[in-house]
Every structure is written in structure tokens, then in C-alpha cells.
Design a protein around this ligand. Sequence first.
Ligand SMILES: Nc1ncnc2c1ncn2[C@@H]1O[C@H](COP(=O)(O)OP(=O)(O)OP(=O)(O)O)[C@@H](O)[C@H]1O
Length: 852
Amino acid sequence: MTAPVLRSDSNVSVKQQPDGEDQSKAVVSAANVRVVGRIRPLAKYEIENGSTPCVLKVPTIPGHTGPETLQINPKNKSETQKWFELDAVLDESCSQKEVYEKSGAHQAISEDIFQGFNCTILAYGQTGAGKTFTMGTALGAQEDDDEEYTIQESDGVIPRACHDLFQNIRDKCDGNAQVECSYMEVYNEEIRDLLSPNSTDSSQLRIRETLDGEVYVRGLESRLVTTPLDVGKLMEEANGRRVVASTKMNATSSRSHAICVLKIKGVLEDATKFEAKLTLVDLAGSEKMKKTGASGARAAEGISINKGLFVLGQVVSALAEQRPKFKRKPPFRDSKLTRLLQDSLGGNSRTIMVACCSPADFNMEETINTLRYATQARNIKNSATANVVQTISQEEAMKLKRENALLKSQVEELQETIKRLTQDVTEEELERSVSMIHHEQSLRSLNVTGLSAAMTGHETPEGSPSSVYQAYSPPSRHTLPPTPELEHPDPYEEDANKSSTQKKGGGLSLDAHFSKSSNTLHKAIENLHRGDEDISLQVDDVFDTHSYMTSPNRRRGGRRDSASVASAGTTRTYQELEEENVELEARLRLAERDIRATVHDTAIEMPALKMRVQQLEDTLNESMMIEDEANQLRQELAEAKADKESAQRAAQQLAEFMEQQKKEFGFRGDELEKKRMQYFRQHLDEKWVQFVVTILSSFKEQMRLLGDYFDMVVRVVDSPEILSMLGPSNSRKKNGGWWRGKPNEDDVQKEKELRNRLLQEHIKFFNARLVEVEDEINGRSENVDAIYEGLSREREEMELELDETEFVKDLFSKKGEHLLIHLTKLMTGPLFSVSMSPQEMHHSSMRNLSVI
Ligand SMILES: Nc1ncnc2c1ncn2[C@@H]1O[C@H](COP(=O)(O)OP(=O)(O)OP(=O)(O)O)[C@@H](O)[C@H]1O
């Protein structure tokens, strides 16, 4: 039974498994498909056809973390602009590394996989939009295949993912993980195994589904990989089989959808077992035959590509449908591509989609389509289940951890031993071991010969029992190669030499044997220096000595000698010596076993230990780096604190300044309002007076016209012809009609004169009045002008006053802005210079953004 695993994740829930006995719980993480947009630089063919960029990223302020916006600016002004919101927008200034990190791929590889979540990363977009460039294919070239792969600037998502995957396997699983790689393509609605030399034979490949809903391809070859270079080599081999062709829009256009699957099984350091699948997809691009110029086979491929992508679009739109009423079944089975991506898009996977866009207006329509898919795909919610099992309890895991630490320390000790064995010290040590063996042999021989002589009180004669012991004495030191390195004076040397002078017959054969062994040992040491791996064999030779010592002949000889000694009446001494001999042999055997074991282990474990040493060194370096980073962070923290304090001081200054400004100008607020009212009233008065003046002026004009008119009447009356016309009619009227006869000439004259006089007088009077009125009006209008001028002056003064207030207000806001810039600078570091205008600030922030 497995224990439940709980992991901290904001979108994670724990689901009880249906199988009754096993109470393990599955960790389910519901998350939307993460969609990022990538805009590549203008391509050569686009520049040549006069295209201009129409796709751009809407700038964000530094530190912004939410979704980002991509804007389409049509060249044709009659078309409307469009905006698309995505999880991130990566413009042409973004490096491959930034794309890998900002797309979320880095997090998926370093964290999600090791939490047991399946992950899928796929690139989508029209042909030539940069999908293959973004995903990357084989790893970059590296001179030394044995060295760990170093990521290169141009490497896309796949090489970076492989690099990080194996790095994390080392760091998080201590190397305890197995990775299997398979690679296929969907070409003209057929699946082809790109790892198989017979890749074109797709008859054996069948899409199948497990009971858990995991889609796999039966018959697909998969290979074990242990390093990023392994994957790189496989991909290189596979890419050679992939169908690529040249079109008008891309010299190396992928004519198939390529899917690389890495299956990872491993055990984390806390003993949690996990399994995950990493699917990396480089889709073929949608294309318009007219633009690509495809015909024949290329056209057939294009149709098949577009079909797959069309179904993919339908699947995306069905999965993204938010309104339950309109939900329909995604048509996964309508194409091989969608069937293979079923669990990536509609189920158990954390999925990242990179929507690749051309910036050219020539491709605007296709880019808009790509972005429509992309924004739809953002609504797809997947529920990924963590495939993890914790096989042991926490306590056991802790115990294992402790054991692990112990083993690590033992490994370190062993490494020390190896160091000693493989460096100069080793030679010394081994020689010392040899001399110790010799000493023991000497001691044994000395004990036997010396003591038996002491017991009998005689010099041992040749052929006597003592001389038989001599036959088994170890070789004297002089038969060995000199060992000047030996630091301690040998306490037995003298005696040993003595014994060697007594040595006769059989003693010589043993001596020769040891001499041979010693030479072999020296050779072994030399071989060790040369890195010769078959040390153990040589050591066997060395220890032939021991077999000799324990050989039945020798034993037999020993017993025979004992008997002789016993017969000589030295039984007690003999027994003691025999015991001592046995003990020495046992010690010798132990020493032999230890050295043999050490040398064997060394020979066997050397590569593994060297690797381990390297790993430990790496860990040490990492810890040192982490320590450096921690120090740097501490320093940054101190700086941030200092910044915070100065920001607080600046904020305080700003508050004080505002307070002061309020005191200085605040009271004028009401007055200002009053003055403004007065101003408007005055302005009205002025307008009224202006109106009156206009009326009066027109009145004056009319009066003048009237005067002119009367002048004219006077002239008419004075006119003799008209007088002659008027005269008779007037007299007739006066006399009661024309029949009354011709009027008296004198009367007519008199009347005429009288009328003229009266008329003239009247007119003169009227004229005089008119002149008077005119004078009066002129006088008054002068007054009105004066009033008007007075009012104007007052208004101008008020305007000046108002302007001054506005100026102060401006001044106030400028000071505020200054302080604000200062504050911003303090809080964000040296992004803006204090003297920057808001415009400069804007440009600067844009520059900073593009750097980020
Ligand atoms: N971000 C980029 N920076 C520089 N060059 C790029 C970028 N993206 C793409 N390119 C270049 O544009 C060309 C087309 O790119 P790529 O082959 O990746 O397109 P694709 O979308 O895979 O096309 P297809 O669907 O036809 O296979 C290549 O020469 C590639 O090097």
C-alpha cells in the first residue's frame, strides 16, 4: 500500500483513487494552456517584397507580471487595429534563452516533470514563422563528446530542455532516473518512426490508448538515453529522415509534424517515485499555395498539413468553448495529429504553446489567424495528474537520508584511500606493506631459529631440527629491493641479518620467491601509475608468497620438523612457536585480504568514484555559488533597505512640500473663485456697455441721416421750379379750386415768401435740435467709452492675476513631478536620471523593456 502524497501547488487538488485496496491519492493540477507569442525579425523575402512590420508588442512597465498584449497595426489605415492578449509576448529582440524561460518551458522541465506531471511544449504558426527555430532540433556541435554539453546561444527549446532534464536528474534524483526517447513525424496523415531506419514503413505503427486515457503509438521504437548528447545524436539521426523541402516562404520548410517524446521514470532523494512524459512538438506550418508556390508533391503535403491544422483548430475551439450550451465534442479522431496530441490538449498534461508570428504586413492575415487560435487556446483548461508514488514512510525516508549521508562520508574516505593508492604515496604505502610482510616472516624465522638455539644453548648444526626451521625462515632483507623510504629503524633487522647468515638450503628458495613477488609488486605499482587496470591479477602474483606459506608441502614440512623438535625435547617451545606461527599466518592472511580487497575495489570502483568525486566537487561549487548568491542577495537587501529609507525620506519631503504649498496657496482658493465670478460679471457688464454703445452709435447715425434728409427738404423747398409747381396748386387749394380763376400774383408771392420763411425757420430749428442731440449723444458716448475702457483695464488686471495663479499652480505640479521622478529613481534604481523629462522617462522605460 502506498502513502498519499501531498504537494503544494495553488491549483492542485487531491483525488482519491478508485482502487479499493490501494489508498494512494492522485495529485491533480488544473491549469490553462499557457500561450506565448513570438515575433521573429523580418525575413529576407519579406524585405525584398517591400513588407513593413505591422506586429508589435505593447510595451509594459518593468516588473509587470500579468498577461501581455500583441498589437496589429494594418498598413492600410482603413483597416482597424487589433490587439491579442497572451500569457507573454516575445518580440524579435528576445533571445532563445529568454524564449525558453518566459514561455514557461524552463519551469516545466525543472519542476513540473519532477512532480510527476506530463508536459507538452508545441510551436504553432504559419510556414516560415519560426517554429523549428524556436523548438530547435539537434544540439549544437561540441568538440569533445565526453564532456558535458554546454548550451549555446542559438539552441532552441529542445536542446535546452534536454540539458536541464539531465541536470535535474543529477541534482534531484542523484542520477536515479531512466529516460526513454522516441521520435515520430506525421507526414501526409501517416505516422513514421524517425528512430527507425525503415521510417517510411508505417504499417506497424498504431495509435492506442491506455485505460488512463494516455495515447501512445504501438510499435514505435524508443531508446534509452543518459545524457543530452545522447538525445542530440538521436535527433540528428532522426532529422535526417524528416521530410523537409524548400518553398518560396522557407528554404527549409518542415513538411511534417514532428513529435519527440521523452519518458522519464525516477526516484527523488526523498524516495518518491515519479513518472512523467515530456512531449516536444514542432508542427508544420499552415500555408497558402499561392504564396508558397507549392505544386505537385509539395501541394499534396500542404493540403495534408492544412487539414491536420484545421482539425487542430476545431479541437482547440471546441476545448476552449466557455459556454456549456455550445460545448461540442472535440474531433480528436479526425486527424492523426490531433489524436496524438489528445492528452496534451485535452487532458493529463501541462501544456505550453508558442504561437510563432511573422511581423510582415504581407503575412498579416495569417498572423491574425494564428493569434486567434492562440487566444482561444488560452481558454483550454487541462487537468494534469501527478504520477508519483511514495513507497516508504517519512521516517524511513529520513533513515535512508541519514544512511545516504553516512555512505557519502564513507565514499569520501575511500576516495582518500584511492588518492593515496593512485598517487606517489601509494608506492610508499605498498612498499611498506611488503616490508611489513617481510618483517613478519623474519620475525617468525627469528623466533623459530633464535629461540630454539636459546633453549638448547648450542649453535644449531646443519641438519639439526633448528636448521630445518631455518629452511622456512623468510628471505633476508638483502634479497629485497632496498627500501630507503622506510622511516623507522627496523628492530628485527639485526637479528634478521643474523638469521640470514645462518640460512642454508631451503631458505634460499623462499628468498627467491619473495624476491620475485617483490619485483612483481613493484611492477604493479608502476602499472598503477600508468593506469593499468588489471591490478588485481598482479596482486594475485604478489600473494603467491602466501599460498606458498600455507601450501600443504610446507605444512607437511612443518609437522615433520615439529616431530623432530619434539624428539629433541623442545616440545613446549615448539608449541609456543607453532601457535605464534599460526597467529602470524592469520595476520598475514588478513593483511593480504585487506590489501587485495582495497586494490580490487579500487580497480572496480575507480571510474564510479571518480565520477562521484566530480559530482561532489560540483555540489561543492554549487554550494559556493549559492553562498555567493546569498551574499549578493544580502547586499541587495541592505541596498534595498537603504533605498527604502531614502524613499521614505523623499516621501516625507514631498508631504512637507505639499503641506507648505497648501498653506501658501490653499487660502487663495476661495478668493480665486470669487475673483473668477467678478471677472465673469464684469465681462458681462462690459459686453452690455459695448452693446449700448453699438445701439447709440446706430442711433446717432440715424439722426445724422434725418438731418441730411431735412437739409434736402430745405433745398427742395428752395428750388424755384418746384416752387412754381407748388405755387398754383397751393393757391388753388387755398382759394377753393382751379375754377376760382388765376390767383393774384402778389398773394402768391407773399404766401410763397411766408411759407419759405416758415419752412426755413422750422428746418433751422429742427437742425439746431438735431445738433444739440448729436452733441449730447457724442458727450454720452464719450462717457460710455471711458466706462468701457475702465472695465477693460480691470479685466486685464484680473486676467493677469489669474495667469499668475495658474503659473504658480504649474510651478507646484512641476515641483511635484520633480519629486516624483526623484522618488521613482530611489525606488527603482538608476533607471531614470533626475533631469529626465516624462518623455525621456517613457523612452527610457521602453529601452529598458526591450533590454529585458
Ligand atoms: N527569432 C528568429 N530570429 C532569427 N531568425 C529566425 C527567427 N525565427 C525564424 N528565423 C529564421 O526564419 C526562417 C524560417 O524559420 P523556421 O524554419 O523555423 O520556420 P517554420 O515555422 O518552422 O517553417 P515551416 O513551417 O515551413 O517549417 C529560418 O531561416 C530561421 O532561421
